[in-house]
Design a protein around this ligand. Sequence first.
Ligand SMILES: CC(C)(COP(=O)(O)OP(=O)(O)OC[C@H]1O[C@@H](n2cnc3c(N)ncnc32)[C@H](O)[C@@H]1OP(=O)(O)O)[C@@H](O)C(=O)NCCC(=O)NCCS
Length: 183
Amino acid sequence: MFALPLGNDASLRPLEVWHAEEFAAHLDRAREHIRPWVGPGFVTDDLDGARATLRRYAERQAADGARLYGIWLGGTLVGGVMFTEFDARMGYCEVGCWLEPGAEGHGLVTRACAVLLDWALGTRGLHRAEWHCRADNDRSAAVARRLGMTLEGVRREFWPYDGARYDKQIWGVLASEWTNPGR
Ligand SMILES: CC(C)(COP(=O)(O)OP(=O)(O)OC[C@H]1O[C@@H](n2cnc3c(N)ncnc32)[C@H](O)[C@@H]1OP(=O)(O)O)[C@@H](O)C(=O)NCCC(=O)NCCS
């Protein structure tokens, strides 16, 4: 439909139901890499599961809620960014992300998240944006830090995974603080 250039032959585009096969193939490359760090409902195992995720986001977007965007690198879907929460009435959103391993290390997610934050905190006039990650997810926390977010708190032993519970960090940025690091 439309694509925003992210540099390095990469682009950001809406990730929609008609991408289900492409998304399922991408998840085959990404699944074990992302499993410890993202919500279990996002790590589906087959085409039906991938399609269900895309439909869930489409339905929430229709209600001005969550939204999902893919990152394509050289024509291949390699990851994406999303509003896991988007609440215009409360003036608040939460941004999330993932990449398959081969696409890490190029700044793609930092640039893509900056696009989302420009839109949410600028165009849409939200007051604050959050970033939630497992406290031992160093690469994810580094993205939040690169975006200029502040570590606001830790929910202790919040995140169950593989028989253990992990702390979860909450990062945040206010509209009055937001400066796109790419500009
Ligand atoms: C979290 C995750 C998306 C971060 O990916 P990432 O590639 O480290 O993040 P970016 O795309 O922003 O790239 C930053 C890296 O590119 C490098 N880079 C290169 N050019 C860059 C640029 N122009 N701008 C910013 N960074 C750049 C940075 O130095 C950094 O690499 P380094 O950590 O080795 O120093 C990825 O590790 C992942 O998918 N993990 C599993 C799923 C997950 O944890 N999701 C988040 C749940 S909260």
